[in-house]
Design a protein around this ligand. Structure first.
Ligand code: ADP
Length: 199
C-alpha cells in the first residue's frame, strides 16, 4: 500500500452533527449480512423505500451493483472479498459523514471484515442486521440460479457451498427471513431505529 506523506486531511466546516440536525435523523450504516438468497437485497430495497417515504435521507449500496462499478476489478477469493468489504466500508463511512442513513446489502461472510467496518465508524453507527435463513431454504429459493450452478461446480468459492459463511455472533438485529414476511422484517428494523432514536 502506498501512503503519500504529502497528503493532509482537510476538515470541512460543516460537521456530521450539523448535517444530522438538518436532516432531523441520525446517520449510520445498516449493514445486512447473510447467505446468498437470504433476502438482503429484497428487504434492503423495501427498507430503503419505507425510510425514503418517511422523508429520511437514505441510500442503499448493493453487492452486485457495486461489483459492476467501483469493485469491478475484484473477484471472490478471500483477499478480494476482504478488499470488497473494505471499500464498501469506506464508502459507507463517507455517506454516514454526509448525514445519510446508509443501507448495505453484501454477503460479507467473514466476521473480521465486518468488524473492521464497525471499527472505522463511531459507536452506534454500525447496525449489523443478520438475515437468518437456512442454507436449504436459500437453495430452494435460488432466485438467481446460483446455487444450482455452484452445486455443478460452475461457480467456485460460492458462499455456503464451497466457501465459508461466518454468522454474526452478536448482531444488533436478527431477521428470520425463513419464517417472517418481508413486511414484518422491515417493520422490525424500523422499530429498532425508532427505539434507539435513529429516526
Ligand atoms: P440476497 O440479496 O440475500 O442474495 P435476494 O433478496 O436477492 O437475497 O433473494 C431472496 C429471495 O427470496 C427473493 O427471491 C425473495 O423474493 C425471496 N423470499 C421469499 N420469502 C422471503 C422473505 N420472507 N424475506 C426475504 N426474501 C424472501
Amino acid at each position: 500500500m502506498t501512503q503519500d506523506k504529502h497528503i493532509t486531511w482537510h476538515d470541512s466546516v460543516v460537521t456530521k452533527l450539523e448535517r444530522q440536525q438538518r436532516h432531523q435523523h441520525k446517520s449510520a450504516i445498516i449493514w445486512f449480512t447473510g447467505l446468498s438468497g437470504s433476502g438482503k437485497s429484497t428487504i434492503s430495497v423495501a427498507l430503503e423505500k419505507a425510510l425514503f417515504d418517511r422523508g429520511i435521507h437514505t441510500y442503499r449500496l448493493d453487492g452486485d451493483n457495486i461489483r459492476h462499478g467501483l469493485n469491478q476489478n475484484l473477484g471472490f477469493s478471500p483477499e478480494d472479498r476482504k478488499e470488497n468489504i473494505r471499500r464498501i466500508g469506506e464508502v459507507s463511512k463517507l455517506m454516514v459523514d454526509a448525514g445519510v442513513l446508509t443501507v448495505t446489502a453484501f454477503i460479507s461472510p467473514y466476521t473480521s471484515d465486518r468488524e473492521n467496518v464497525r471499527a472505522i465508524v463511531e459507536d452506534k453507527e454500525f447496525i449489523e442486521v443478520y438475515t437468518r435463513c437456512s442454507l436449504e431454504a436459500c437453495e430452494q429459493r435460488d432466485p438467481k440460479g446460483l446455487y444450482q450452478k455452484a452445486r455443478k461446480g460452475e461457480i467456485p468459492e460460492f458462499t455456503g457451498i464451497s466457501a465459508p459463511y461466518e454468522a454474526p455472533k452478536n448482531p444488533e438485529i436478527i431477521i428470520d427471513t425463513e419464517f417472517n414476511s418481508v413486511e414484518t422484517s422491515v417493520s422490525q428494523i424500523i422499530n429498532y431505529l425508532e427505539q434507539h432514536h435513529y429516526i
